[in-house]
Design a protein around this ligand. Structure first.
Ligand SMILES: O=C(O)C1=C[C@@H](OP(=O)(O)O)[C@@H](O)[C@H](O)C1
Ligand SMILES: C=C(OP(=O)(O)O)C(=O)O
Length: 428
């Protein structure tokens, strides 16, 4: 029986809260891959424990890597990579794009599959690229999940040209395991611009942090073969998952502080500082973390989100509650995310009385008075987060399958409930 809908709480007073968020999905899953390929044991401190990262840990375990959770950190003991194995990617882009290159280094057969919708996410360029780099990979011509990798224990590597306009993860997935390829890798991109530049910077920075030699140029990335260090990686809080909490300050004219905001980071969520300020928030940084204050009224946003696409669902919800229209562009690739996010946002917001229009590469949002109703989430964690933002101001938002938020933030509804009820007057 499906779980009952989650009634998104209304904020009857300005929120006033300090929120501590779990670790970054993107950093946790990169750290796990790099630790699995290292020459010595490694520690991943403050990892995110969520569906996407647990699937990553399980995938690596099934290839022969030792991963244990001591409650504080994950201890990773690299082992001889071997099949046979079956990898479940769930709906995690990081698992489906990052693990195949590691699986290709295993000796034996590895089958890679995921949720039904995962079979529709862009994978073709990475399958073709791995083949060109010497990997025997059988996708029965699908260019998508599921596929079988017949590993020999080594990957030749070399130079490859791909069109990564559909997802930056197609590049990251080739780079992360490349220090272990015989010839390393040179990835060249040809096509419309690659999205999510910060995530590519994160890949390069995290590779270098464990001893890899990486050179980058315009649309070209080069990784030299060589050993990777073990040691300790400390995961930053997930700044993309800060979006809805900071946004709550804007919607309610309140104050939200997110603790542990890094001074410097490659996470795209750092762009929230500028984006929320552009909508009228007062953003300050202090010893406690990053604080956003709202005044009670805020404007729309005209922004190219190409580099920070994963912020779109929450920013769209904010835009629907703003005083002036918004135009969000550069995000055609969101059609290949957990769901077609542009279509999903249009459908669900308009079902609540909104006026959201799909553009060839984005969304146009004209604020309208909204009413309650069921908000469908399409197995997309960020649709749950977007619905929660709407629910602050719109009574009766009933969120279908809110548990899907566990993809990156299993404790979301508890954290959200505490934030709303901790406000001075509490709910009515
Ligand atoms: O490498 C990563 O960790 C990610 C890259 C981005 O993917 P796309 O480039 O496909 O948008 C982002 O949206 C995703 O949430 C995480
Ligand atoms: C696009 C996202 O996830 P994935 O890593 O599955 O691509 C996301 O978290 O917004």
């Amino acid at each position: 029986m499906p779980a009952p809908h989650w009634s998104a709480p209304v904020a009857h007073a300005p929120v006033d809260a300090t929120v501590t968020l779990p670790g970054s999905k993107s950093m946790t899953n990169r750290a796990l891959i790099l630790a699995a390929l290292a020459g010595a044991p490694a520690t991943v401190r403050r990892p995110l424990r969520s569906r996407d990262t647990l699937l990553m840990a399980e995938a690596l375990r099934s290839l022969g890597v030792g991963i244990s959770d001591d409650g504080d950190a994950w201890q990773v003991v690299p082992g001889e990579l071997r099949g046979p194995a079956r990898i479940d990617c769930g709906l995690a882009g990081t698992v489906m794009r990052f693990v195949p290159s590691v699986a290709a280094l295993a000796d034996g057969e590895v089958v890679v599959d995921g949720d039904p919708y995962a079979r529709r996410r862009p994978m073709g360029p990475i399958i073709t690229a791995l083949r060109e780099l010497g990997v025997d990979i059988d996708d029965e011509g699908r260019g998508a999940l599921p596929f079988t990798i017949r590993g020999t224990g080594a990957v030749r590597g070399g130079t490859v040209t791909i069109d990564a306009s559909g997802s930056s993860q197609l590049v990251s997935g080739l780079l992360l395991a490349a220090p272990r390829f015989d010839k390393g890798v040179e990835v060249r991109h040809e096509g419309p611009p690659v999205p999510s530049a910060p995530h590519l910077a994160m890949t390069v920075e995290m590779l270098r942090a464990v001893g890899a030699t990486v050179e980058t140029g315009e649309n070209v990335w080069r990784v030299t073969p060589g050993p990777l260090r073990g040691g300790e990686t400390v995961i930053e809080p997930d700044l993309s998952n800060a979006a809805q909490f900071l946004g709550a300050a804007l919607v309610t004219g309140g104050r939200v502080t997110v603790t542990g905001w890094p001074e410097r980071t490659t996470q795209p969520g750092d762009a929230l500082r500028g984006l929320l300020a552009a909508m009228g928030a007062k953003v300050t940084r202090g010893p406690d973390g990053l604080t956003v204050r709202g005044t009670g009224t805020f404007g729309g946003l005209d922004a190219d989100l190409h580099e920070v696409g994963e912020l779109t669902p929450v920013l769209t919800a904010l835009a629907a509650l703003a005083a002036t229209p918004s135009r969000l562009t550069g995000i055609a690739h969101l059609r290949g995310h957990e769901t077609d996010r542009l279509a999903a946002l249009v459908t669900e917001l308009n079902a609540l009385g909104g006026d959201v229009r799909e553009l060839p590469d984005g969304l146009e949002i004209n604020p309208r008075p909204l009413h309650g109703g069921v908000f469908h989430t399409y197995d997309d964690h960020r649709m749950v987060m977007a619905a929660a933002v709407l629910g602050l101001a719109v009574p009766g938002v009933e969120v279908e399958n809110a548990a899907t938020v566990g993809k990156t933030l299993p404790e979301f509804t508890e954290l959200w409930g505490s934030m709303v009820t901790a406000s001075p007057l509490g709910p009515a």
